[in-house]
Each structure stands twice: as structure tokens, then as C-alpha cells.
Design a protein around this ligand. Structure first.
Ligand code: CO
Length: 494
């Protein structure tokens, strides 16, 4: 490293070596009461936080091409009477079990991980592995590990044992997609105000794409399923709901299947962002009797995640994290060597979609690089004021997430707690205090990778004031690799 490079490195809030530590595999499974605690766990904090993410990033030293290809591992943190219990376990998918036995990659990953054996072993092999690594949610008595391209795996919420694939009494076919981004509607119009789970699936069919919408009741049954065909290819990871609509952003991307078929690239590496082309916003009624899809155009770059959406007069408001383009993953590149400075930050935008005039207005509401937005569960699909998310330590540029932000979307006021220089952030989950009335009365829970000890901790922050710093840090005996999404349930499972 030159003197100049060293200087630059010192200005940063992190070092690459520290950040890389969070991408080491965690092949062990643990179960213990957490005893290394700074601060105090609130007595009223009662329930279970489930998290999902890639646990295995290599097999016998052979690395995945991208962390999205890593096998799903669930972490369970149970809070009861001021104590906390930790457990982690892999999702025992067919692929995970077979590869563990073989000691090598037997499948190709969507994001470029190749079967052991090189180009010839991969050509014309389009069998992909359901890795169940993106989200985990407890709903209707079922704990489901989700991955957007295939059916969910059901787990035992007590001990995280894999029970098998969930097909909801045949309402979902074997291998049928069920996305990793369900939204919980706190008060469903069709179900007398009971909560429901709304999810979707994306299926590309050459020149068109089928979007399927599912609604599940409180017994965890699919009570509504309707499919819609839209023109063009769509790569849609997340959606947003309001009381009456599902909203999808079809960002301008194209798909070239040839390098995938030839075994040169993973399917996800064949998706190309089409700079300058508009994004189509698709507004699909949740009432299946109304088949009219409203289509709007705007420019939005590429979106992985939406924060929330709601209806207001004749408009729909959607808040989303937008990137100028979709970063391409080159074959053979090492994700651990990514040049953050060369990447544009994800920034929060508000879209106002006028259903009558068809006009879309947009404005940026946060320019600090951010990801993993979450809101109070009662405000999903409703007007809301507070947004929680992972952000970078520095106010500008792209970097690993190291801090958590609470944004007041009404006033623009923000609070930030940073775990830098040694801490690396993940998706924060907001948990309301039991009986609370105010939207920010509760706790923010998140896993932080602590490079100082090469372990992880769970941070508990005060939802009313992040500036106060952690209420507690619960230090684990080991690290948990950087994860993706998870959810809290007030039920305690140990
Ligand atoms: Co996601």
C-alpha cells in the first residue's frame, strides 16, 4: 500500500480487513443463554427475533461467488424476563444436505457460484439450489425461511429444525416461487380488520412476466391467489402494499440467458441495467375482482427495497431506496474486494403517484447511503412518520453499513447511532413496547459484526432516541456472517 493509499484508508470509518471478517462462514450451530451483556435488557422486551442470511460462504475453502449464493442460516434470539437466549441453525435444504455430504459445490448459484469442475460441469446445467437464505418470518403458527425463486422451507420455531417445504395445503405447487419479501397488513380490508400476510412471486416467461399475489390469513393459509401477466422482463425483489393495492417497480433491466446456459455466468449475472430507460410502476388491486393494472412511468434507477407505501387522497405514496443502476457482478471477481468508492450510494426517494392524472412526482428524502428500511408494524401500508434503517457512518459516498438511522419523514429530522470503526450494521427491526401509543415507542434490535473481537453482538437501541446510544449490547460467543432479513414475534420460543 502506498503512503497516499494508507492516508486514504485512515480517513475511512472502517478497514477492508475488518469488514471482510463478517464474510467468514459460520459452520457451527449454537444454543445458549447470553451472559456477556453490557447494559440491561428491558424487562418488557418479550418475544423472539428471527434472522436469516448466508451462513456458509465456502465449502472446504472454495468460496461462493457472491454472498447471496450462501446457504441460509437462521439465528433466533429469544427475550424473556430481562434475559436472552441465542440459537442458530442452518436450513437443511436438499442442496445444503447434499453438498455438506459431498464436501463440494453440486449446484450453480444464481449469483455466479459454479459447480466444482469448471465450465464443462456447468454448461447447460440450469438446476439451481433453493438456498432459503433471504428472510424468515413467523406467521400463522409457521416459521418460514424464504428465498424468492422457490418454495419456502418450514422450520420448528422452538429448535429451528427443518420440517420440509411448505405448500400451504397444495395452494403452492412444488418449486413454485414465493418471494422473500412478504408484507404484514395490520388490518386487512377483506378480513374484517384482522391482520394478513401479503406476498408475491415473479416468474419470467420470455417476453412477459407473471406476477402472482398471495394473501394468507392468521392461520397461515393461502386464502387468495391471483396472477397477472405484464409485458417485458422483470427483476423484482420487493414490493409495497397499501390497504387496497400492491405496488411493483419494474426497473429497466434486460436478461441475456446465453452466458447462463453456457455455464459462464450465474443467472443473476445476466441481468443488465438499461441506463436511461424508464421504470414502470405497476399498481395491482388486492381485490382480485378488479383486474385492472394501472401502469405509471418514472425514472427510479434500480430498487431492491421499499420502505413503505400508503394511500393519500387520489394518490399513492411510496418510499424506496434507489440506486443509479444495478451493479454488475463480473465472473471471477471477488465480492470481498468490492470497491465501495466506485459504487453509487443507495438513497431514499419518495414517489407520489397520482392515480387520476397518472403523474408521478419524486423527491429525495435522504441522501446518506442507506439500506434495509423498517417501520412500525402497525404502519405498514398506512401513513407513517418514522423510518429505521442501516446507514453508512459517513454522510456521503458508499461504504459498508456501520450505523443505524431513525428518520422522521415528516420533518426530515434524523438520529444516528454508529458502531464504527469496528462495528458493521445490518437490518434493524423495530419492536413496539407492549401497550405503547406512540409510533416510536419501542426498541430497535439488530445484529452487529464486531471486528474488534471477530464476534457479533445484538444491539438494543431506544426507538425514541437513537442518539442516546445502546440500551444494551448482547455479545455472542462467535460471529454471525452479514445477514439479510428477519422478523420479530411477541411469542417466546426457546
Ligand atoms: Co431484500
Amino acid at each position: 500500500m502506498s503512503y497516499l493509499e494508507k492516508e486514504k484508508e485512515q480517513e475511512k470509518s472502517y478497514t477492508r480487513v475488518d469488514w471482510q471478517g463478517g464474510y467468514k462462514s459460520q459452520s457451527q450451530e449454537f444454543s445458549y443463554w447470553i451472559d456477556d451483556i453490557e447494559g440491561k435488557i428491558p424487562q418488557e422486551l418479550h418475544g423472539t427475533l428471527f434472522r436469516n442470511g448466508p451462513g456458509l460462504l465456502d465449502i472446504n475453502g472454495e468460496s461462493v461467488q457472491h454472498p447471496f449464493d450462501g446457504d441460509g442460516m437462521i439465528s433466533q434470539i429469544s427475550f424473556i424476563n430481562g434475559k436472552a437466549h441465542f440459537r442458530n441453525r442452518f436450513v437443511y435444504t436438499e442442496g445444503y444436505v447434499a453438498e455438506k455430504k459431498a464436501g463440494k459445490f453440486l449446484y450453480r448459484g444464481v449469483f455466479g457460484t459454479q459447480k466444482s469442475g469448471g465450465w464443462l460441469a456447468n454448461a447447460f446445467n440450469v438446476k439451481i439450489k433453493n438456498i432459503a437464505n433471504t428472510n424468515v418470518i413467523y406467521w400463522g403458527g409457521k416459521l418460514l425461511a424464504l428465498w424468492e425463486a422457490a418454495d419456502p422451507y418450514r422450520l420448528d420455531p422452538k429448535n429451528l429444525e427443518t420440517l420440509g417445504k411448505e405448500h400451504f395445503n397444495g395452494k403452492l405447487s412444488s418449486g413454485e416461487a414465493f418471494s422473500a419479501h412478504p408484507r404484514l397488513d395490520p388490518s386487512c380490508v377483506k378480513d374484517g380488520g384482522k391482520p394478513c400476510l401479503v406476498n408475491f412471486a415473479i416468474k419470467p416467461n420470455g417476453l412477459s412476466t407473471t406476477i402472482t399475489i398471495f394473501e394468507l390469513n392468521t392461520n397461515g393459509e393461502i386464502v387468495l391467489k391471483h396472477a397477472h401477466s405484464i409485458p417485458g422482463f422483470a427483476f423484482i425483489h420487493d414490493f409495497a402494499i397499501t390497504e387496497n393495492y400492491c405496488i411493483f417497480f419494474q426497473n429497466p433491466v434486460s436478461f441475456n440467458p446465453i452466458p447462463f446456459a453456457l455455464g459462464l455466468k450465474g443467472a443473476g449475472q445476466c441481468v443488465k441495467f438499461q441506463q436511461g430507460k424508464p421504470t414502470r410502476i405497476l399498481v395491482i388491486p388486492r381485490n382480485p375482482e378488479n383486474r385492472e393494472i394501472k401502469v405509471f412511468e418514472t425514472t427510479a434507477g434500480f430498487i431492491f427495497h421499499h420502505s413503505n407505501a400508503y394511500e393519500e387522497g387520489g394518490s399513492i405514496v411510496v418510499d424506496s431506496i434507489c440506486y443509479e443502476s444495478l451493479p454488475e457482478i463480473e465472473p471471477g471477481s471477488d465480492f470481498r474486494e468490492v470497491d465501495f468508492e466506485a459504487l453509487k450510494p443507495g438513497q431514499l426517494w419518495r414517489f407520489n403517484i397520482n392515480l387520476e392524472s397518472k403523474k408521478v412526482e419524486k423527491r429525495q428524502i435522504e441522501d446518506r447511503c442507506c439500506e434495509f428500511p423498517r417501520v412500525h408494524p402497525d404502519n405498514v401500508g398506512r401513513p407513517y412518520r418514522y423510518l429505521y434503517m442501516g446507514v453508512t457512518h459517513a454522510a456521503t459516498g458508499n461504504a459498508p453499513l456501520q450505523a443505524f438511522e431513525k428518520l422522521d419523514v415528516e420533518t426530515g429530522e434524523k438520529q444516528i447511532w454508529s458502531a464504527a470503526p469496528k462495528g458493521f450494521a445490518s437490518e434493524p427491526v423495530f419492536v413496539p413496547r407492549p401497550g405503547s401509543k406512540n409510533e416510536d415507542d419501542g426498541w430497535l434490535l439488530a445484529l452487529v459484526y464486531d471486528a474488534a473481537y471477530e464476534r457479533s453482538y445484538i444491539v438494543i437501541l431506544d426507538g425514541k432516541n437513537l442518539n442516546l446510544g445502546p440500551i444494551a449490547k448482547l455479545h455472542l460467543k462467535h460471529h454471525i456472517p452479514y445477514g439479510l432479513h428477519g422478523n420479530f414475534t411477541p411469542e417466546v420460543f426457546i
